[in-house]
Design a binder for this molecule. Structure first.
Ligand code: IVH
Length: 691
């Protein structure tokens, strides 16, 4: 038998799929991602199509779940078999399924979320809950009745008119918020977090002790009928009627089921559900399409594995498996040394991912990942990709532990905590560490800082490596002569730069652009200058607040701790960081050299503004019609006043806008005069005498 013998491949594949079913369904700990499983399954289907003679009744394509294994629960037979669903992965698959339904035009189809949990069948006799059974192989499942009784969305007694006997099928899930809360608690207790809500829900339902299940806020959403002996209760005629019936009995049903009568409407709903994916309380991994008319469902019937009247449309996966090839560290602009994973590139949620941050050594240890591990990588929508953890069961023994370096990979300085107990390590050599200098310089060019096009990582590295720019202090002194010593900005052959002939060795168009952009950046507003200094904790929000409150770099530098903390949006941590930053002589030199090079260190004042507020401290609160939050402060400073954010006995006036709260109350209590917006404008124009 050769490697490519189709029968050998077929048998190996069947065995592989069986094994994965076991790990997923009996162990609640899959070895491969859902997407990888689906791919194996599709390969099996393709092989069977080519070789129908291979197919046996035991094939995974003909069966619903794993073959039975000893799990400790008693076995229970379903009265009506539980089915699985066939999958659709594309618009074409959906249209092909619709075509298979036959008929001139499509029948009405219900499109609803596909919950990512585990299916459960609950039996009621004369309205009383008598049994809860997992799907198992579809014919026989595990009797988990005692555990099911702890699920609040499974009524112990049906409400209203009840049938003689009914089996109700639904999906048991753990709501995302509860899953996150459980993990937070586990982390706080020093326990490893659970991988995802689905496996946690499955593990929770299959606890030996029902008291353990009761600790987990599992919920069931009901979506199908099994056996039905109605007595006085009529069988529902449609899927939508079934949901109304289930809801009336006291079950939770989805409120996202939509009855569609045209293919375009189905596709629109699929897109809508995919977009809503992260705003739903439960994880969903797709949508289920069901023919609405239950008589039509019967007519279409089922294969041994799945109904023909329903299909599961699977969204692109958000959790995939890949290999963690290496863990490296990055030295950031504030000296923070961050480990990150380098993975075999893998497609997840629409983009190819190679790197993911691991935050710090503590996180690496907590996740328990080793270099060489197969890891679960999760990227939910637009969220940053995250390494969830290793798939321990597939380790080969060749994986190796990673250790956090003790020294900075860029400058060799011993790494240290900023303060005791910090989880992050930093390179304390802020002044001379090349990695930090390059990152700081590149950051100056960032859109949220001084927004200097051309000044990115590559340019910053070239400027530093060539020795032209030892650190950011000289950035605004750069000349054409300087750039001629930076290979990245030098022409290697004669060429025209914006219509002007330039010779090899002269600066390139990009070099010229860099100088122009730097010149323009000199007149950016003060807050952007502040951001670009890379003062720890001082981002755009704090910078705007500081600039609005003080108006100039000198005033910020001279401000006391109390004055800094009094600014809205500036807490003690930021205040301390700002004050400390200015105490370093090399920092002061950056500011001085930038100022000498013409970088704006003071926000433009209306020189003609009358200094009507000289000596006055004013607080504005609530929202004003003619001013933004920062605008009020700018107006106060522009007219010579001081803009404070908390009311004290030193406050001269409080400007009260709409929705003002505690500050107005405080003013009242302290007897500080309060002004309307109109009075404030008068004050600005004419001074306190006019009030
Ligand atoms: S209907 C006979 N509706 O997906 C068809 N199933 O991959 C019964 N599932 O075994 C299933 N959400 O465990 C149905 N809204 C939904 C569902 C759903 C999740 C599960 C169910 C099924 C599996 C197939």
């Amino acid at each position: 038998m050769s490697e490519t013998d189709p029968r050998a491949e077929y048998q190996a594949l069947v065995q592989e799929i069986e094994e994965h079913r076991f790990h997923y369904e009996a162990q609640d700990a899959p070895l491969i991602s859902d997407a990888e499983y689906d791919a194996l399954f599709r390969r099996l289907e393709a092989l069977e199509q080519e070789h129908p003679e291979f197919v046996t009744p035991e094939s995974p394509t003909q069966t619903v779940g794993r073959t039975r294994v000893e799990t400790g629960f008693a076995e229970a037979k379903h009265l009506v078999r539980m089915m699985s669903l066939d999958n659709a992965f594309s618009e074409a698959d959906v249209r092909a399924w619709l075509a298979r339904l036959g008929g001139e035009s499509m029948p009405p189809v219900v499109v609803e979320p596909k919950f990512d949990g585990l299916s459960l069948s609950v039996t009621y006799e004369d309205g009383v809950l008598t049994r809860g059974v997992t799907r198992g192989d579809g014919t026989t499942g595990e009797d988990v009745t005692a555990n099911v009784r702890t699920i609040v969305t499974v009524p112990h007694r049906l409400q209203g008119d009840v049938p003689r006997l009914v089996e109700i099928r639904g999906e048991v899930v753990l709501p995302v918020a509860d899953f996150e809360a459980i993990n937070e608690r586990r982390l706080a207790d020093g326990e490893a977090p659970y991988a995802n809500p689905r496996n946690t829900a499955a593990g929770s339902l299959r606890q030996k002790d029902p008291k353990e299940t009761a600790k987990r806020p599992l919920t069931m959403t009901a979506y199908a009928l099994g056996a039905f002996d109605g007595g006085d209760v009529a069988e529902p005629a449609t899927q939508m009627e079934l949901y109304a019936l289930l809801s009336g009995w006291g079950f939770q049903v989805t409120d996202r089921a939509l009855l569609c009568t045209a293919p375009e409407q189905i596709l629109e709903q699929l897109e809508g559900l995919e977009q809503a994916r992260h705003s739903l309380p439960f994880e969903i991994d797709g949508a289920v399409l069901k023919v609405d008319d239950r008589r039509e469902q019967q007519r279409l019937g089922s294969t041994s594995r799945a109904p023909r009247w329903a299909v599961a449309y699977k969204f692109p996966p958000e959790e995939v498996h890949t290999t963690l090839e290496d863990i490296r560290v990055d030295v950031g602009r504030t000296g923070r040394v961050t480990p990150y994973g380098v993975m075999t590139p893998v497609k997840v949620a629409g983009s190819t991912v190679t790197y993911a941050t691991l935050h710090n050594a503590y996180e690496v240890a907590r996740k328990g990942v080793l270099i060489g591990d197969t890891v679960v990588l999760r990227k939910a929508g637009d969220v940053i990709p995250e390494i969830v953890g290793p798939v321990v069961a597939v380790r080969t023994g060749d994986e190796r532990e990673w250790t956090m370096p003790a020294e900075c990979p860029s400058c060799g300085t011993a790494l240290a905590e900023q303060k005791e107990g910090d989880r992050d390590l930093r390179c304390p050599n802020a002044q001379f560490c090349p990695a930090q200098i390059v990152d700081r310089i590149a950051f100056i060019g960032a859109r949220g800082a001084l927004d200097v096009e051309v000044l990115g990582e590559k340019a910053a590295l070239a400027l530093v490596e060539s020795g032209v720019l030892p650190n950011e202090a000289g950035l605004f002194d750069l000349t054409e002569d300087d750039l001629r010593r930076v290979p990245l900005f030098v022409l290697d052959k004669d060429s025209k730069v914006r219509g002007v002939e330039r010779k090899a060795g002269d600066i390139s168009a990009n070099g010229a652009k860099l100088l122009e952009n730097l010149a323009a950046a000199r007149s950016q507003p003060l807050w952007r200058v502040l951001v670009s200094l890379s003062i720890r904790h001082v981002g755009p929000t704090a910078s705007r607040a500081l600039a609005a409150a003080f108006g100039s770099m000198d005033a910020i530098r001279a401000a006391s701790h109390d004055e800094l903390v009094a600014v809205d949006g500036v807490g003690p941590v930021i205040a301390e960081s700002v004050a400390e930053w200015f105490t370093m002589p090399w920092h002061a030199e950056i500011v001085e050299r930038w100022a000498a090079a013409g970088v704006r260190m003071e926000d433009e004042r209306d020189e003609t503004a009358p200094q009507t507020l000289a000596g006055l401290t004013i607080v504005a609160t609530g929202s004003l019609e003619g001013f933004t939050r920062d605008g009020v402060k700018e107006a106060i400073i522009g007219h010579g006043g001081k803009a404070a954010s908390s009311v004290s006995s030193k406050t001269d006036y409080v400007v009260v806008g709409a929705g003002a709260g505690s500050k107005a109350a405080k003013a009242e209590q302290l007897g500080v005069p309060m002004l309307t917006e109109e009075q404030f404008v008068t004050l600005l124009q004419e001074g306190p005498a006019a009030l």
